[in-house]
Every structure is written in C-alpha cells, then in structure tokens.
Design a protein around this ligand. Structure first.
Ligand SMILES: Nc1nc2c(ncn2[C@@H]2O[C@H](COP(=O)(O)OP(=O)(O)OP(=O)(O)O)[C@@H](O)[C@H]2O)c(=O)[nH]1
Ligand SMILES: *[C@@H]1O[C@H](CO)[C@@H](O)[C@H](O)[C@H]1NC(C)=O
Ligand SMILES: *[C@@H]1O[C@H](CO)[C@@H](O)[C@H](O)[C@H]1NC(C)=O
Ligand SMILES: *[C@@H]1O[C@H](CO)[C@@H](O)[C@H](O)[C@H]1NC(C)=O
Length: 441
C-alpha cells in the first residue's frame, strides 16, 4: 500500500458560523444602509421609500442536464439582457435557486432550493445588476406565481435560406412542454423545488441571437410583471469576453466562507498565502484590478482532471490516468514545484488508482459533515479557488470547470503562460491550448 497519510483532510466545521450568516435578504439591507448601488424595487433614481409597483422581474432557467459552470455562463447572458431592459424600465433579475444538478451526486444530502448566497456574494452581484433571491421574489411579488413563462426554442425550420439572422417569434412548441395545467388552470412544473410555485401562462418562443434581442419583445409584447425565460441557454452572449461580460464575471465573487476555507487550506497544506504569493484579493470587485503577471501564486502545481462523462465517450482530447500522472510529474519537475493540488470528479475506483500512482498529491477531501454544509457545489468552488491560486495551472480540454478557473486566475493577475494550459489526449503529441481571454475593464 502506498502511504496515504500524505492525503490531507480538512474540517470546515469551524466555519459553520459563516454560512449561517449568509442571507441575501440581510445582504440587500446592508446595501440599502450604505445607500449603495441597487436594491430590488428601487431604481437608482427613485427615492428609497418609493413603492415597488413598476418593478418587473426577469426569471430564467436552464436545460436540466447542464452543469454548474455552464449555468454560471448563462447568468452572464441574462445579466446582459437585464442591463438592456433597465434602459427602459425597472427590471430586477431573480436568481434561480440551485439544485437537482446531475453532477451533484453525494448521497443523503439535501441539494435543492439552494440560494445563490451559499455560493456567491450576493452583494457583489448586486453591484453589477439588481438581483434578488427567489425567496425574496416570492415575498416582494406577493406569492409564488410567475405571470408569464416563455420556453425558448430554436426555429423548427432551422436557418431560412441558410442565412443567419437574429429574431424572436411566438411559435408552437416543438418539444413536449415540461409544464402541465392543473385543475385550476395553473401551470405546474419544475420550479427549483418550490412545489407551490405556479405559472399563469406558458408558451413557446423561437429565438436566435444574442440575449438582448429579447428586450424589445419583453418590453413591447408582454405587460406581465414577472416573466420567466426557460431554456435560457438558447440565447447567446451579447458580446463574449467584452467589457459587459467581464463586469458580470468579475461580480461573481465566491461566497466568503468558501474563500476562507480555501485560503485556510492553502496556508495549512500548500504553504500559500496571499501576501507571499501576491494574490491579495479585494472584497470589492470593482476595485480589483491588477497587472497581468503580478501574481506569483503558491508553490504548487494546480491540476483540474475532469473524468466521469469526459472519459465515458473515449474522447481523444482527454488523457488516461497514467498519461495525466506522467504529465503532472514532468510539469512539477519543469517548474520546480514539490507539491501538486488535484481537483477532480474521478470516481472512487479511479481515485484509488490515482492515489497509488501519485501518492504525494494533495486534495481537498471534505468529511460528510463538511459536505452537508458546503454541498457538492461549495466543494467544487473550493477546488477551483485553490487551483486559481497555484503557481502554475493545468486543466482539462473544453471543460467549463477549467474555463472558470482560467477567468479567476485572469482576475487575480497571473501571467497567461501559467494559466491557459491543458492536458492532451494520450494519442496527441501536441494539442491546441486554451484561448487567452483578456479582461476588459
Ligand atoms: N469538486 C469537484 N467537482 C468537480 C470537478 N470537476 C467536475 N466536478 C463536478 O462535475 C460538474 C461538471 O463539471 P462542469 O464543468 O461544471 O460541468 P458542465 O458545466 O456540465 O461543464 P463541462 O465540464 O464542460 O461538462 C461540476 O459542476 C462539479 O460538480 C473537480 O475537479 N472537483
Ligand atoms: C396566455 O397569454 C396569451 C397572450 O396574452 C393569451 O392569448 C392566452 O390566452 C393566455 N393563455 C392562458 C392559458 O391564459
Ligand atoms: C410583437 O407582436 C407583434 C404581433 O404579434 C409582432 O408583429 C411583433 O413583431 C412583435 N414584436 C417583437 C419585438 O417581437
Ligand atoms: C514556505 O515557503 C517559504 C518561501 O516562500 C519557505 O521559506 C518555507 O521554507 C516554506 N515552508 C515549508 C514548510 O515548506
């Protein structure tokens, strides 16, 4: 048996207090107290005591099989749409509760109706666009009813004449509707585990184009106060990697307790602290602007090794475990790093093999109690946070999990050479490396 004693455990229980304080309602009130940016129901221009009668709510949801990190990307598209809508009205974005994600498979822990505040700093999100958690929406709008639901879909006929144009049209539903009418003529469906929520009207919209093409339709063709766009991933980015994209991305600051747990882990097991590694983080993302190359990162190699569905398809661009370990060892030598932190979704069998082949690897392994507190989503964020602080990072081909780490490192100010790297498949001698997307401030 290899020495597994080097594999570290870490208890997050000390931080229970933090997560108990995460309460988006409180966050919104704090915001109000310092008269800052936005609060739902009050546009920047209206006095704080104004009634909220003109507020309109934009809700959205994503195709159920999509993972956490693609959903983060869809949030950016919806924030762009919201900014466009706000040029002509007091719109607020309702954060779709997290839950029932395919990849969140830890048994026996309850993973539905999770508010965004458990994973992200809601006050940070609010400094970009006005957002409310779903519970607040219910409280503010007077009940769990959504006036209008549009299920987005493509055009049945595809692109006409092979020409791409941006357009939106009410059309018959192409797929079977995932909502059913009950005896009272209300629509029931999956509303993030809120069983009492009903939709008053559901119809389908064929849409192709960037997210903001929806603005005119929502302003002119419906007067509903609350409008939900289902299958929101149908819409594209207004401008991928442009200023608006990066503003929203930068506002997606991880929840404080997750960052603290990640930082404690770095300090304890990886000899990594912000001062020493030049990764000092500003709580206020609007002030976080550092030069590329200024961050050095902790003295360890950070690796994201995506497995599960990425290997089931026998993809050519994903290495075998053996191939990955070989690469990791050569990278450690090349960059003179004695430690390696591995983030992975490998199953128990592969993990066992990995531990035998790479006994020195460091992993963040939560106890059951930690997991119950942090959830699969929180553990994944901590993995990303630790990878984001490594001196050198190596990811998996076309994994959105790896892409989000790239962005985090870009925000922290790492030299792109240390970030945009990925494993090649065993049969590839060389492979195309990820694209460097520069922040537009
Ligand atoms: N803790 C942890 N979880 C991981 C890791 N890699 C993948 N996962 C889990 O698997 C899910 C799937 O990976 P994502 O990349 O987020 O999923 P996705 O949006 O479907 O994107 P793809 O990776 O492109 O499939 C993640 O959301 C995590 O729940 C990892 O290194 N650590
Ligand atoms: C939904 O709204 C449309 C447009 O306002 C209307 O024509 C239709 O009758 C409504 N359907 C239901 C079930 O209320
Ligand atoms: C709104 O509806 C009308 C009538 O169906 C349609 O002609 C118009 O194009 C729609 N506007 C938008 C922005 O989709
Ligand atoms: C941690 O890193 C510093 C240099 O940054 C080094 O002097 C020290 O020996 C390291 N500690 C351990 C335990 O490796």
């Amino acid at each position: 048996m290899a020495d597994l004693g080097t594999l570290v455990r870490f208890s997050a229980l000390a931080f229970v207090a933090f997560s108990l304080r995460i309460d988006a309602t409180a966050a919104a009130r704090d915001d109000d107290d310092d008269g800052a940016a936005f609060r739902a129901g009050n546009s920047a221009a209206s006095p704080p005591a104004a009634t909220a009668k003109d507020v309109r709510y934009l809700l959205y949801d994503v195709n159920p099989p999509e993972g956490f990190n693609l959903r983060r990307d869809v949030y950016i598209r919806m924030a762009s749409l919201l900014k466009t809508l706000r040029k002509r009205g007091d719109w607020v974005l309702v954060l779709p509760p997290w839950g029932r994600l395919y990849h969140w498979q830890s048994p026996d822990i309850h993973q539905v109706r999770i508010p965004w505040g458990e994973f992200f700093s809601v006050t940070s999100l609010q400094a970009n666009v006005p957002v409310v958690e779903y519970d607040e929406f219910i409280a503010e709008s007077g009940g769990p009813f959504i006036d209008r639901i549009f299920v987005l879909q493509n055009y049945a006929e595809g692109w006409t004449d092979g020409k791409w144009e941006e357009k939106v049209d009410e059309r018959p539903c192409i797929e079977r509707l995932m909502y059913t009418k009950d005896k009272q003529n209300y629509y029931r469906g999956w509303f993030w585990g809120y069983d009492e929520t009903r939709g008053l009207n559901v119809s389908c919209l064929s849409a192709q184009g960037h997210a903001s093409i929806m603005a005119e339709f929502l302003q002119e063709n419906t007067t509903a106060t609350s409008v939900m766009l289902d299958r929101a991933e149908t819409l594209l980015h207004d401008h991928y990697a442009g200023k608006d994209y990066w503003d929203t991305r930068r506002s997606m600051v991880f929840a404080k307790h997750l960052r603290i747990i990640g930082d404690e882990f770095r300090a304890k097991y990886l000899n990594s602290t912000d001062e020493k590694d030049k990764t000092v983080y500003s709580e206020d993302w609007t002030r976080m602007r550092v030069k590329l190359g200024s961050a050095t990162g902790g003295p360890y190699l950070g690796v994201h090794l995506r497995r599960k569905d990425f290997i089931w398809g026998h993809r050519d661009d994903v290495p075998s475990l053996k191939g990955a370990v070989k690469k990791i060892q050569s990278l450690m030598k090349k960059h003179k790093l004695e430690q390696v932190f591995v983030a992975t979704d490998a199953d128990d069998e592969e993990l066992g093999q990995l531990k035998l082949m790479l006994p020195e690897m460091v992993r963040f392994e939560p106890t059951w109690e930690d997991l119950e507190l942090l959830k699969d989503g929180g553990v994944a964020i901590i993995d990303q946070w630790i990878c984001a602080h490594a001196r050198y990072f190596f990811g998996t081909s076309v994994s959105t999990f790896s892409f989000r780490i790239h962005e985090e490192r870009e925000i922290l100010g790492f030299d792109p050479k240390t970030t945009y790297n990925r494993f090649c498949g065993d049969s590839e001698a060389e492979c195309e490396q990820p694209t460097h997307w520069k922040i537009v401030y």
